[in-house]
Structure formats: structure tokens, C-alpha cells
Write a protein that binds this ligand. Sequence first.
Ligand code: F6P
Length: 345
Amino acid sequence: MRIGVLCSGGDAPGMNPCLRAIVRAGAKHKDEIVGIRHGYRGLLEEEFWQGQGQSESPDAIPLIGVREVSGLTNRGGSFLNSSRCLEFQTAEGRQKAVSILRKHKFDALITIGGNGTLSGARDLGRLWEGQIVGLPGTIDNDLLGTDYTIGFGTAVHTGVDAIDKLRDTAGSHDMMFLVEVMGRHCGDLAAYVALAGGCELVATPETVTDIPAIVTSLRQFRERGKRSIIMVVAEGDEFGGAETIMKALKEAGSPFEMRTVVLGHVMRGGVPAPFDRILATRLGCHAIDVLHNGGTGVMAGVVKGRLSVAPLDEAVKPKTAETGSEEALKSEAATITRLIDRLSV
Ligand code: F6P
């Protein structure tokens, strides 16, 4: 089977071990694994990884060799690179992609990425006869059909590491930090970082950010002798990012001196944590199995700890309901927020 593999959208720690698993698991089936560089853009530009793998077909195409993926388990980023591609978002772009996939006789495509990547895979699957399997690779944990996405665990670790350091300074100076983490539409990353970091407050797109109520809590913290406060803010919080919230808290009379720290792209980098290496490896192998079992149009994930598949159409449905709605308040981010409130005495 000739299988193209690409990473698209924001990179995530664990993409490399996932690629390693795909190449190695594919080798057992004598699959031809073609690395497509720079995501969908590389597909449109026919930018293939010039690997050492040997094709037995007469129409030789460069393959990723099994030895070329050695030492990837502990490497962040994606050795195939990634990109966001506007052309692929157009009908013409996707039609061009189909012609290229046909021209190079691909049987299947594995796409690793977040919501945009998997939506693109779904749309491509409506035009192309080959098999398509998506894998959840994003620090945002914003996909349905999997407990966790590849990269999320490492990003939580990175955020907590930063907070542990900031706590020292917050304590030394009796001050408050508002730490902004990624997560455009989903508050999972913020909530997990805040819980693991022992933070007092968290703002996510799922819950309503109520400035007067936060100022009341801050005054109570002060009265009870709390000297350092850390609030984690998801970049997609409905009120705004850390800077906007800090300004509003100042105007509403926050009793703490405040600073903001935006972790931004730092959260996407670094050595993948063991949890992500394991998840990425399991899912890479799973994708190969799904393809050999005839599966297509699905995302391979892990649900309640077990390997699973979900239709791409389902996986990319918005995970986050409207801020403060009944559904949003049942989300993991909102549940964790309530837990943090209970502990912030
Ligand atoms: O898609 C993952 C993500 O990390 C989001 O949380 C964030 O908003 C976005 O990437 C930033 O991406 P870019 O690199 O395009 O600025």
C-alpha cells in the first residue's frame, strides 16, 4: 500500500514519535510510506521527503526509510515540517491535491494535526477515492473522539513548569501573575495547567469570566493572608487574553500588583513527555491497522484508554459549547474550574 503521511497546522510534541510508528508499523506490511513535507502545502507542491527507503514499484517515489526515523521518540516538532495552507482550503486547491494523489498512485493518506487538518482530510475524502485516516495531533485537546490529543500532555507539563517558576517570584513579591496559555477554542489546556500548578484562578472559553466576582475573591484571598496568586488564562477566553483581563481587574480594584506572562508558542515545543510518546506510538500503529482493515474517513483515537475510530465529520465538531451554556458547564474545563474554586480558600 502506498501511504502518504503529513503533519499540518500547529506542530505538537509527539508528532515525531507518531511518524516513527507509522513508518515502522508500515514496514511490517511492506507499505511504501511517502513523507509529504510542510503539510497540505507540500502536497500541492509535490514536496516529498527525499528518503532512503527503497520502492519496488517501477514508478519509483522517494520513501521514508525505517532507519531514518531512528531517535525520533524524544524529538519535539515534526521532521516533515508543518504549515497552514490557505490554498488547500479552496475547492480548487483540494481538487489539485486529488490530481497529485492520483498522479503518484497513492492508496492512502494519514494526516496528523488539529481541527483544521482533520476538516481538510474530511473534505479531501469527499473528492478522492483513496483511504484517509486522521490522527489527533494538537496541544489544544479540542477534538472529539479521543480522550487526549498528541501533544496535550507535554504542553500541560510545559505550562506547569513555567508556573512553578513564576510562583517563586509571585511569592517573593506578594503579587499576582496572569499566565496566558494556548487554546483558541477549548479550555482544557488552561484548566489542566491551572489544576496541576496549584493555581487560584482560571479563565476558559467554557466558563464566564466575571471580573467583579474575581476582584471579590482576590480581596478575600488577601484578607485570609494569601500572598501570591496565579491565574491561568486560555487565549480563547470569551472576555479576552491575560492583558485584557489584567486591565479590567485593575480598573475594578484588584488588591494585588499584577503582571502578565504569555507562554504562546513555547507551549508547542520541547521533548515529548512519555505520555505523548506512548499515545503517538499507539495511534501511529493504529492508523496503519485501520488502513489495512479497509477503514477510511475516520480519525484514530483513544477513548476510555482503548484504541478507537470516529468519523472525521464527528471528530471535528466543535468541542466547546457556548460560554456558560448548560453543555459548556458540563465540559472537562468547567468541571476542573469548579474544583479549583473549591480549593482556592
Ligand atoms: O492549533 C494549535 C494552536 O496552538 C492554538 O492554540 C493557537 O491559537 C494556534 O495554534 C497558534 O498558531 P499559529 O502558529 O498559527 O500562530
